[in-house]
Design a protein around this ligand. Structure first.
Ligand code: TMP
Ligand code: ZN
Length: 423
């Protein structure tokens, strides 16, 4: 058997939104390990699996897609990514629940179904507003944790078949929600058709995805990892929904995860009026070059610039005798480190608040992950802010570190050093 045929990563062929096959190559990062496959120090790393990681853009609908799709059974059945309980995300989840219920006049007792519901934090915010809730998540351990905490969660992949089963057993939904999960789905047409059938006639499908425009403009290349199959803008999602009997009725931009959009869609026979924000963002996409090859070439050039400048910046500090560590061990950090070729020779350790990550090593880079308390006891001179999407919260929390002379490197949109004087 050839290497190629043993690889559980399948090469993308037709566009999952429009069916086209005229792809513009955007970036190609070579084979990298799965970003959430943290390693045990006792593991042997010789055979750490790596899969091609690259992005192409569909010249007809401008979906940005990974070049290779890793089998979801490999990615998600034993999945330990736990939704952040940071202040930023907790506040955001409460705001989403209020936004959905308020803007779409959802009656108390209506059913909210969430796909990729993780440990049930978002659904609990809906329950607090008087809604009935049901989660769906293929990560069996996480689904069991959620169900144990009182958020009933089916341990399944969401699909049209799952949607039909839910409609039969639990009734139709007022809201179907997917926060940062839609970008992980390959057969999006099946999902949209399934959601359409599961919704009440005036029900709403709300998804939150990283906004492709923000990713392109702010050089957020580390949003690219094997779980994120697709990078969406409003125009692309309009094409998708319209092909499957739904239409976008509203959209909100949100600052989380480097810039996201929350897109609200209704059935095409529902009475929702499209709000002006939809046309406004589609226009912004047109005028900012989202449909032009040159935009993607320029993005790739800026990513290459970061790849060339960040490693010498870090290594220069280390050569000056300074100790550098990573702040946060997010999945995106593994892309950043992998693309830049930074590893345990450069960063002494990373600190991360997630219990499950502490004591493990980062995939690929093999940097040990410790608790924030360890970081406070062994403060480095400089932290590379891998969790840059929480920069505001973290710089506030680490004031004492900064005031005692500590510095942060913020890697995107381009590497810069932040010290106490910059606050
Ligand atoms: P996320 O972007 O997927 O939410 O991951 C953020 C990671 O950063 C997660 O592993 C937790 C970590 N983190 C910290 O270690 N300290 C912090 O203050 C915050 C906000 C996140
Ligand atoms: Zn397409």
């Amino acid at each position: 058997m050839s290497e190629e045929s043993r690889d559980p990563a399948r090469q993308v062929e037709a566009c999952r939104v429009c069916g086209g096959a005229d792809w513009q190559e955007v970036v190609s990062f070579g084979p990298l390990p799965l970003a959430n496959s943290y390693l045990d120090p006792a593991d042997s790393f010789d055979d750490e699996p790596r899969h091609p990681l690259g992005v192409v853009s569909c010249r007809s609908c401008r979906l940005m897609s990974l070049t290779h799709t890793v089998d979801p059974e490999v990615l998600y059945r034993r999945y330990f990514y736990v939704t952040s309980d940071s202040e930023t995300i907790t506040r955001h989840m409460r705001a989403i629940a209020e936004l959905c219920v308020g803007r779409f006049a959802m009656p108390r007792g209506g059913l909210v179904v969430e796909m990729g519901s993780n440990t049930g934090q978002q659904l609990a915010a809906f329950r607090d507003l008087g809604m009935e809730i049901l989660g769906v998540d293929p990560a069996r351990d996480l689904a069991a944790i959620a169900t144990g905490s009182g958020v009933e969660t089916l341990p399944d992949f969401f699909s049209a078949a799952t949607a039909a089963r839910i409609a039969k057993e639990y009734g139709r939904a007022r809201l179907v929600l997917g926060r940062h999960v839609f970008a992980h789905i390959d057969d999006v047409g099946d999902i949209v058709r399934g959601v359409r059938e599961l919704l009440e006639p005036e029900g709403v499908f709300a998804i939150e995805v990283p906004y492709a425009l923000d990713m392109l403009e702010h050089n957020e290349f580390d949003t690219i990892y094997h779980e994120h199959l697709s990078y969406y803008a409003v125009s692309t999602l309009s094409t998708l929904f319209e092909r499957h009997g739904m239409r976008i009725v509203d959209v909100e931009r949100a600052a989380v995860h480097g810039g996201s959009i929350i897109v609200f869609a209704g059935r095409d026979d529902a009475s929702w009026q499209e709000r002006p924000a939809v046309a406004e963002l589609r226009r912004l996409e047109r005028v900012s070059g989202f449909f032009d090859d040159a935009t993607y070439t320029a993005f790739a050039g800026r990513v290459e610039h970061i790849r060339k400048t960040l490693p010498p910046l870090v290594r220069g500090l280390v050569a000056d005798g300074l100790r550098v560590a990573g702040y946060g061990a997010p999945a995106k950090g593994n892309t950043l480190l992998g693309v830049c070729g930074l590893g345990s020779d450069d960063l002494e350790f990373c600190v991360d608040t997630t219990d499950l990550k502490q004591g493990k090593l980062q995939p690929g880079a093999h940097i040990p992950i410790h608790s924030p308390a360890y970081g406070a006891q062994h403060p480095p001179d400089v932290y590379l802010l891998l969790a840059w999407n929480y920069a505001e919260e973290i710089l506030r929390k680490e004031r004492a570190f900064l005031e005692s002379g500590g510095r942060f490197i913020v890697p995107v949109p381009e590497p810069r050093i932040v010290s106490a004087e910059d606050l």
